[in-house]
Design a protein around this ligand. Sequence first.
Ligand code: TYD
Length: 196
Amino acid sequence: MAFVAVEGIDGSGKSTVIGLLAEMLPRVYVTREPSGGPIGRLIREWALRGGSVDPHVDALLFAADRIEHYRREIEPKLRENFLVITERYIESSIAYQGAAGVPIDFILYINSLVPKPDLTVILDVDPQIAVERIARRGGVEKFEHATFLRRVREIYLRRAEEEGYPVVDASRPPDVVARDVIDIIRTRLGYGKSKR
Ligand code: TYD
C-alpha cells in the first residue's frame, strides 16, 4: 500500500490535518516522528530539551529513529495494506538539521537505509503565523523560533521545487487544507474513496 509523509514547519497544522485525513480516508494508519520507540523517546526527552549541542548528533539520532520506526512500524503496516501517513520523515531532517548547519549530502547518506515515501506533501505557512499558533498551544521547544523556522521553510520549499513535492497553503482552515491533501493523494497515488 501507499506511504505518505506530511511535512512542514512546527505550527503548520500537520497533526490536525492528518487527523482529518484519517477520518476522511479508508484504511489509514497514522504515525509520527520522533517515533514512540526508544530512540524517539531519547530525542524528545533529551535532544529536543537542549541536551544535544551538535546538530550532527541530532541528525544521527533522527536517522536511527527513522530506521527503527520504518522497520518496526511502517513496513508491517504497509504489508497489511494500510495507507500509512507519517507526520514528518526524511525531509524533516533535511530541513531542520540542514538549517542547523549539517550538510545535506550527509543527511541524505544516513537516511539512505530507509525507503522514500511514495508521496511527500509540504504544508506551507508563514513562520510568523506558525509561531503564533505554537504560542497559543503553549510551550516553545528547541526548534520553534521564527528566525530558525524561516530557514527551515526555505529548505522545504527549495526541496519541493527540486523534488516535485506538492506544496499546500496551510494558512487556511484545516478542513480546507485536508481536502487539498486528499485531492493530491487521489491524483498522485490513485488512492481510495472518501468516507464522506
Ligand atoms: P514535533 O512534530 O514538533 O513533535 P511534537 O509535536 O510531539 O513535539 O517534532 C519535534 C521537533 O523535532 C520539531 O521541532 C522538528 C524536529 N525534528 C527534526 O529536527 N528533525 C527530524 O528529522 C524530525 C523528525 C523532527
